[in-house]
Design a protein around this ligand. Sequence first.
Ligand code: DSN
Length: 421
Amino acid sequence: MGAEPYYGPDFGMLESRDPEIAQILIDELDRVRGGIQLIASENFTSPAVLAALGSTLTNKYAEGYPGKRYYGGCEVVDRAERLAVERACGLFGAEHANVQPHSGASANLAAYAALLQPGDTMLAMALPHGGHLTHGSKVNFSGRWFDVVSYGVRRDTELIDYDEVRDLALRHQPKLIVCGATAYPRLIDYTAFRGIADEVGAWLLADAAHPIGLMAGGAIPSAVPYADVVTFTTHKALRGPRGGAILCTRELAGKIDRAVFPFVQGGPLMHVVAAKAVAFREAASPDFADYARRVIANAQALAEALAVEGMRAVSGGTDTHLALIDLRGAGVTGAEAERRCAEAGITLNRNAVPYDPEPPAITSGIRVGTPCVTTQGMGPQEVKEIGVLVTRAVRHPGSAAEIRERVAALLAIHRPYLSEY
Ligand code: DSN
């Protein structure tokens, strides 16, 4: 193509002032551009998002909220936060948004702080079945501070067992029910969760970090009309800066805001807040709606291509941006598959499959996602080829060099961060 890589705003300045760090930026972008990125929780932000991130807004202390700050001189950054909040509410049809959480984990911590007291019972999806650390893992604050009851997926269908969720809710009477996952390829039935939460008088929190971009693009049903609180990250399929956010009902707005600041966080990262506003605006465009639909079509094409090659998708496929592949039939662990794919120029992560006999550091599965390759402009045809390459890399480690050549051929046409981006 002959186009130069785009290393970010003011890169020339960085190169002259700090060549060591500039070299790290070059090496990282070269790494990304030199392989296929299938990590389901990653994406390539736009240059506009990068420009907001690399801006002087990083300098400003703005503890508090627009119009109610604990520092002077916040009148300009207030405009950025108000826009971010307004755009988030408009994009998702939410009554209230808090755009300050630094991450998905701090968004969840704040949401729990708003709704629970230490020792209260919450019901959430088990990490080994696709949940998240902050959904009650013993090694996380959520598992240490709350009485956590976990639900999972059925052994036969590998789908959430809503009967089990209801039984557990009736038996344990949780104050909070959490729905949402990091490695669940199917749609979540928010109507069913709402019904169960109402039956036991629990709050319903949807952790939509993974599917939020698909919801923003209207490609899957939104959790917002059903959940009291929706937490999410802005950097996955949504394609914004690394960070978190919370949507909630008007009724919970004050509690959520006080939980984010001053309970969980101090000063917000105003450059990130501005970058979130940019991403929300981008996600409201018809192009983004088309992108969200293509992400799912690509994930389905990838899961099908892997299945044709004998690599089974958990639950038989996907409705979203990711597929979870069970490698037990292939006789390779997730850790080994991750390593073999990396050698062949394909980046993905090992992941536990439901009822996994292997420990979390090894696992019996891999998770593959299509937000990155779709941003690069790849479609089902290219993605099917990627499925063949993943299978070959996993099954035939000796063929890494040959696979790298095919990866390079795909990337020659679909390379991220070109100068004409
Ligand atoms: N680490 C994220 C993921 O990869 O799914 C979730 O926090």
